[in-house]
Design a protein around this ligand. Structure first.
Ligand code: WQD
Length: 342
C-alpha cells in the first residue's frame, strides 16, 4: 500500500518540486491549494515529469469546516507537508493581519486535524529569516532566533512555537521544521519552476526576467556591506535539493527515527554566495551580460546569512548536491521555456 502524503501549497514553487520528489519516491500525493499565489497548470507540469497527476483539492485551509471535511474523506494520510502560506516580506509589512490570520489559522487548523484524524507526521516549511541578522556565521539550529524584522518572518517564528507547544502535549504526533535558506532554480525538465506574480521581489527571478527582456535592469541593493565584494551574502539552494530534504525528513518520521517529536533542521548548502557572484554565475551559464546597476541597500536586508548544515547532513543523511551554476542554468532554462509558450 502506497504511503500517502498531503502537500499543502503543492502548486507553489517549492510545493510542486516537492510533489515530484514524493511521487518519484513512490508516495501517493494529495495537494490542497487555494491558488492565491499559484496556477493550476502546475499540476500538468508535475504530471509531465512523473506521469502521475496528484489529486488536487482547491480550498482555503483557514476554512475549518472545509479542512475538516477533507480529513473526514481522507482518513489515512501518513504525513502532512505544510507549505501553504503567504510569503512576501514587503506585503507582510503593509498587511500584517492578512499574514497572521492566513499563516497561523491555517497551521492551527491542520494541527487540530492531525490529532483528530491521526495523521501523525508533520513537516513544516520554516525559514532562515528567523535568524534575522545572525549572532554567528554559519548559523546553527541552536543560533539564537532574533526578533523578526517582518510580520512574515514573525509568522514563521510563531508557527515554530505553536508546533513546539502542541507537540509537547501530543506525544502521539511528531514534527520536523525545515529552515530554508534561499531556494532558487527549477526542475531540469523546465516543466515546473518559480512563477512570481508581478514584479519579483527575489533576486533570481528578477535576474532571469531582466535577461529575457521583461525587466529593463536589475538593481543590486547595496555594495557597501562588510563582505569581500561589498554585496550581501546568502545561502542559495537548488529547489530540487530542498524538495528532496522533505522526503528525507518525512521518511525519518514515518520510520520513527526522530530523536524527539519536534526537530528543527537548517536546509541550505552551507556556502555563502554574494549577489555579484550570483550574477557572475548567471552570465557564465547564460552566455549573456546582465544589465544591472548598484543602488542603495534595501530596508530590512541582512548583511550575511548562510547555514551550518552539519546537523542535517549527519542526522538526516541529506546534503545539497547542486552547484550555483546548475541553479542559474535551470532558472534560465525555465524562464526561456515560460516565454517560448507565450
Ligand atoms: C537575496 C539578495 C537582496 C532582489 C527572502 C525572504 C526569505 C525567503 C527568501 C521566504 C539580497 C538582493 C534582491 C533584487 C538585489 N523567502 N537583491 N536585487 O531577501 O534573502 O530572502 O526570500 O521564505 O524569507 O526574506 O531573498 O532574493 O529577495 O534577496 O540586490 O532585485 O539579493 O538585497 O541581498 P532574501 P532575495
Amino acid at each position: 500500500m502506497k504511503k500517502k502524503v498531503l502537500i499543502t501549497g503543492g502548486t507553489g514553487f517549492i510545493g510542486s518540486h516537492t510533489a515530484v520528489e514524493f511521487i518519484n519516491e513512490g508516495y501517493k500525493v494529495l495537494i490542497i491549494d487555494n491558488l492565491s499565489n499559484s496556477q493550476i497548470e502546475v499540476l500538468k507540469g508535475i504530471e509531465k515529469i512523473t506521469g502521475i497527476k496528484p489529486e488536487f483539492y482547491n480550498f482555503d485551509l483557514t476554512d475549518k469546516q472545509k479542512t475538516e471535511n477533507f480529513f473526514k474523506e481522507h482518513q489515512n494520510i501518513d504525513a502532512i507537508i505544510h507549505f501553504a502560506a503567504y510569503k512576501a516580506v514587503g506585503e507582510s509589512v503593509e498587511q500584517p493581519l492578512k499574514y497572521y490570520q492566513n499563516n497561523l489559522i491555517s497551521l492551527m487548523n491542520l494541527l487540530e486535524m492531525m490529532d483528530r484524524y491521526q495523521s501523525t507526521s508533520f513537516v513544516f516549511s520554516s525559514s532562515c529569516t528567523v535568524y534575522g541578522e545572525p549572532d554567528e556565521l554559519p548559523v546553527k539550529e541552536s543560533t539564537p532566533v532574533k526578533p523578526a524584522i517582518s510580520p512574515y518572518g514573525n509568522t514563521k517564528q510563531i508557527a515554530e512555537e505553536i508546533i513546539r507547544d502542541y507537540m509537547n502535549v501530543k506525544p502521539n504526533l511528531k514534527s520536523i521544521a525545515l529552515r530554508y535558506f534561499n531556494p532558487v532554480g527549477a526542475h531540469e525538465s523546465a516543466e515546473i519552476g518559480e512563477l512570481p506574480i508581478g514584479v519579483p521581489a527575489n533576486l533570481v527571478p528578477f535576474i532571469t526576467q531582466t535577461a529575457i527582456g521583461i525587466r529593463k535592469q536589475l538593481s543590486v541593493f547595496g555594495n557597501d556591506y562588510n563582505t569581500p565584494d561589498g554585496t550581501a551574502i546568502r545561502d542559495y539552494i537548488h529547489v530540487v535539493d530542498l524538495a528532496k530534504a522533505h522526503v528525507v525528513a518525512t521518511n525519518r518520521l514515518l520510520e520513527n527515527k526522530n530523536k524527539n517529536n519536534f526537530e528543527i533542521f537548517n536546509i541550505g548548502t552551507g556556502t555563502g554566495i554574494s549577489v555579484l557572484e550570483v550574477i557572475k554565475s548567471f552570465e557564465k551559464v547564460s552566455g549573456q551580460k546582465l544589465n544591472y546597476k548598484i543602488v542603495e541597500r534595501r530596508a530590512g536586508d541582512v548583511e550575511q546569512v548562510y547555514a551550518d548544515t552539519s546537523y542535517a547532513n549527519i542526522e538526516l543523511g541529506w546534503k545539497a548536491e547542486k552547484s550555483l551554476d546548475e541553479m542559474m542554468l535551470s532558472a534560465w532554462n525555465w524562464e526561456k521555456k515560460l516565454h517560448s509558450n507565450q
